[in-house]
Design a protein around this ligand. Structure first.
Ligand code: NAP
Length: 269
């Protein structure tokens, strides 16, 4: 098996990375950062976002595994003390391949169109003031937004920034996009729904800039600032991210453990 590994860079993650390389070599795995079949991320959910963007060009060929060096995460569902068990399973068992939806955006600028994929979400905000934008759904005007910004999240990203702005948590088996507002201004000119909106896979939305404005576009942890964004088309991507799952860990259990603090025993997983 050919694998690549990314770690968060803190002491514990680096130690675990060293341990993983040792265990993997004992099993005959080959460390190959150019054309891996498996990508191991050691750190947190944030580290897995970095791993996803590093190997985006091989998204059809790789499967991801996340090891968390803190609490259990949404993408990083192995813990530091389970590394030996993980490597043993990688050597002996066939994983279930779990596919999660991604968000695709096409950004229209004065220099042409640029396309991006996001695992969690993309966020649009004004740099010098509020964002002013028209939102169209399926090519028809839906609402006129003025406020701090807009978060467009994937189902797995629904537990991240989207949740902080009051969006719903979506099960990742539902290919969809969620549009959530960040502090919208509502008056006679600018009027928005207020609640978040969930679009199915066969729908799309456009965010059309309605004033000359410098905008900051966050794609997961990446940050892009431009003053020539004209419009952004958002849809569910035809690509998906694949996770190698060696044991079940249902999404709702992760939500319960992360946000409500109820721990499950091994037997209940
Ligand atoms: P960061 O600010 O260092 O960490 C953001 C936090 O979000 C970390 O605790 C991370 O968990 C957690 N996280 C990441 N993906 C998640 C998911 N799908 N579900 C639940 N929690 C998740 O930033 P970063 O590490 O570069 O990650 C970028 C992400 O930060 C963005 O994609 C966005 O979702 C999130 N963010 C959230 C807010 C907010 O909630 N107000 C604001 C800006 C950005 P780990 O500790 O396991 O890494």
């Amino acid at each position: 098996m050919k694998y690549a590994l990314l770690d968060r860079g803190d002491k514990l993650s680096e130690q675990l990375a060293g341990r993983f390389h040792q265990l993997a070599a004992d099993k005959g795995f080959v460390h190959d950062s150019e054309s891996p079949e498996m990508v191991i991320s050691i750190g947190g959910d944030g580290t897995l976002l970095h791993a996803f963007h590093t190997f985006l060009h091989r998204i059809q060929e790789v499967a991801f595994i996340g090891v968390h060096t803190g609490h259990l995460g949404f993408y990083a569902d192995w813990q530091a003390n389970e590394l030996d068990e993980l490597v043993e399973l990688m050597a002996t068992a066939s994983p279930k391949r779990i596919l999660y939806p991604l968000a695709q955006i096409e950004v229209e600028t004065s220099e042409g169109s640029i396309s991006y994929l996001a695992l969690n979400e993309f966020t649009l905000k004004g740099v010098d003031g509020t964002l002013v934008a028209q939102i169209n759904v399926n090519d028809e005007m839906f609402e006129m937004f003025r406020g701090d910004g807009i978060v467009i999240s994937t189902p797995t990203g629904s537990t991240a920034y989207n949740k902080s702005v009051g969006g719903a948590i979506i099960h990742p088996s539902i290919p969809s996009l969620q549009i959530a507002e960040i502090a919208s201004i509502n008056n006679r000119v600018y009027r928005t729904l207020g609640s978040s909106v969930i679009l199915p896979q066969h729908h799309h939305c456009d965010i059309i800039s309605r004033k000359e404005q410098r905008l900051v576009l966050n794609i997961d942890h990446l940050n892009i600032q431009r003053d020539d964004i004209q419009a952004i088309r958002c849809s569910v991507s035809s690509s998906q991210i694949c996770f190698a799952r060696y044991r079940p860990f249902p999404f709702w259990n992760r939500v319960r453990e992360a946000f409500l603090g109820y721990d499950l025993t091994e037997g209940e997983r």
